[in-house]
Design a protein around this ligand. Structure first.
Ligand SMILES: NCc1[nH]cc(CCC(=O)O)c1CC(=O)O
Length: 318
């Protein structure tokens, strides 16, 4: 038994979508491996972001997926929250007294095309002009249009399972663009079509990373969750999120960022900021040593700023 957790249950709070519940159960299984005596419970919390089917910006952005879970954590209704880091906003500070005690090892960061059932196509390059593609991500829309300005990219919301069901039922879109990692997490690997290269589709900051958040004062839980932390992923997350923070992007800003470690042990960070239709963008790629992740993130943001990123972000309505 982990020190300080005798007689306690560990309640993991998460969103209620199949992906979120699946992720939280995986985290519960990992904790069970370390601590077989601990009673780990997964508690689904419906957030306003999940209930609302309109434009997220009208709800104040991605924070709409956090509010109810933040509250449950701060109030002690749950002991830890399981989040896709990609959905944790960069411009809203986490509630005081909470911390991310662990970042799980990063999963695949690639986005993939998912064709509607019966689609004759196998690659974006084959699509005739005017073909409709569905995504609710401003980052994906901008990059799709950057490569294929002749495509028609439109919004589709809801959790991944319901989006896939609508893709097949409605014939409104030829395909969707979704995270390969997310599709695998819900057991829909077989729907992964063309996997887009990172040059064509630079990932979101924090893509493929699950973060475990808890109350900083809850030493026993902090100590337990720390055992799941992946040091290299944490360094990459620090660099990417320092960049996001310095750019002061909001939920409507098409921002992409990807940090990795090069074979010679350097940190590489790419940052991109796009206009909404992908017609203009700023790009920066810089390197530094792993102990300077935050400095690297701030530096990439400043280079992007010099290349016009701030004007691009300011010009986007939100
Ligand atoms: N915004 C929803 C969301 N949040 C995290 C993932 C996938 C897994 C990840 O990248 O962490 C997804 C689905 C998607 O973008 O297709």
């Amino acid at each position: 038994m982990a020190r300080g957790l005798e007689g306690r249950a560990l309640r993991l709070g998460t969103r209620t979508s199949p992906m979120a519940m699946g992720q939280a159960r995986d985290v519960a299984d990992r904790i069970f491996e370390i601590c077989p005596d601990l009673d780990v419970q997964v508690i689904g919390i419906e957030t306003s972001g999940d209930r609302w089917q309109g434009d997220l910006a009208e709800l104040g952005g991605k924070g709409a997926f956090m509010k109810e879970i933040d509250r449950a954590l701060v109030m002690g209704v749950v002991d830890a929250a399981v989040h896709c880091l990609k959905d944790v906003p960069g411009d809203i500070p986490p509630p005081p007294g909470t911390c991310f005690a662990a970042y799980l090892e990063r999963d695949d960061v690639h986005d993939a095309v998912v064709w509607r059932n019966g689609s004759p196509f196998r690659s974006l390059d084959e699509l005739p002009p005017g073909t409709s593609i569905g995504t609710s991500s401003v980052r994906r829309k901008a990059q799709l249009l950057r490569h294929r300005p002749d495509l028609h990219v439109d919004r589709i919301r809801g959790n991944v399972n319901s989006r896939l069901a609508r893709l097949d039922a409605e014939h409104r879109f030829e395909a969707l663009v979704l995270a390969a990692a997310g599709l695998r997490r819900i057991g829909m690997d077989d729907r992964i079509g063309e996997v887009l290269s990172l040059d064509v589709m630079c990932p979101a900051v924090g893509a493929g990373v699950i973060g475990l958040q808890c109350r900083g004062s809850d030493a026993a839980v902090v100590e337990l969750l720390r055992l799941l932390d992946h040091a290299e992923t944490r360094v990459h997350v620090r660099a990417e999120r320092a960049m996001l923070h310095a750019l002061q992007g909001h939920c409507n800003s098409p921002i992409a960022g990807h940090c990795h470690t090069t074979p010679d042990g350097q940190l590489s960070l790419i940052g991109m900021v796009f206009t909404r239709e992908g017609g203009q963008f700023a790009y920066a790629h810089e390197w530094d040593t792993p102990n300077r992740a935050e400095e690297l993130g701030a530096y990439v943001a400043s280079v992007l700023g010099r290349k016009g990123a701030r004007d691009i972000i300011r010009g986007i309505p939100h």
